[in-house]
Ligand binder design. Sequence first.
Ligand SMILES: *[C@@H]1O[C@H](CO)[C@@H](O)[C@H](O)[C@H]1NC(C)=O
Length: 267
Amino acid sequence: MKTQLLLIAVISLSVNALTATTSCDCTELVQSADCKGGCTWSSADSSCSAKTVDCTAQTTQPTCDAYKGCAWNETTSKCAAFTACADYTVAIARACYAKDDTCVPGTAGADGKFPCKTGTITCSTFTNADDCNGMSPDDNSVCWFKSNACSQVDASKCSVIKDQDICEMACKWTSSCAAYTCADMTTADSCVAVMTDDGSGVNICTWDSTGSKCSDAADVSALTSSNCFDKTVGYYYWDGSACSECSGSSSNGYILAFIGFIAMIMF
Ligand SMILES: *[C@@H]1O[C@H](CO)[C@@H](O)[C@H](O)[C@H]1NC(C)=O
């Protein structure tokens, strides 16, 4: 009986959580205030669309390679739209990875330079933490350096991560790894939304200023034209009269994107 009650409590808890799985596509956004980040507003026809990157306007290698679709040509020292892995030759092997997700370094030529080629990342080829940490062989795993070796680690869900260091980049560690819950957020500023266990969506949170507590939002009815988009981290948008759920592109690989981002800053 007790177990059943507990089960019901757990089920109703998970039903109560307001989970959103698709963030807005730029074209869904109807007010300019929501049209930001990777989106740009056109006042001419009051529409929002995805920002297009002008690769040729990027003048340094890091900014160039950071844009998806752009790649730095070391021969000409110019940024241009990515063509094919094999079109690039680089002085430092790992620069190949920055050209595109599909590129890996080939064997150095007589000039000591590395031709890039199409291939997949193999964690065990990296021999130090700098090169290893944060590299991603596929959508669900990450390379991590421990015990003097670079291993491929399953990072498909917070709950499968066994390593505290990796866990704590995007998830919560308390003897095991789990996704953060709204209740874990202790300030009004951090009480916005938390990632689901597999990173495929978010649970929207709500702040109770009287009790200074963060909990799962039941709905978004209290959100307004000025905070709907931000308080749902872009999973809802103001449609002119209400805060509506986005139907746009789903954001996969959030955990990995996050780990990659952190690893880039750390190493
Ligand atoms: C880089 O520039 C060189 C020299 O102009 C050119 O031969 C090569 O094709 C370029 N590579 C790419 C990927 O555009």
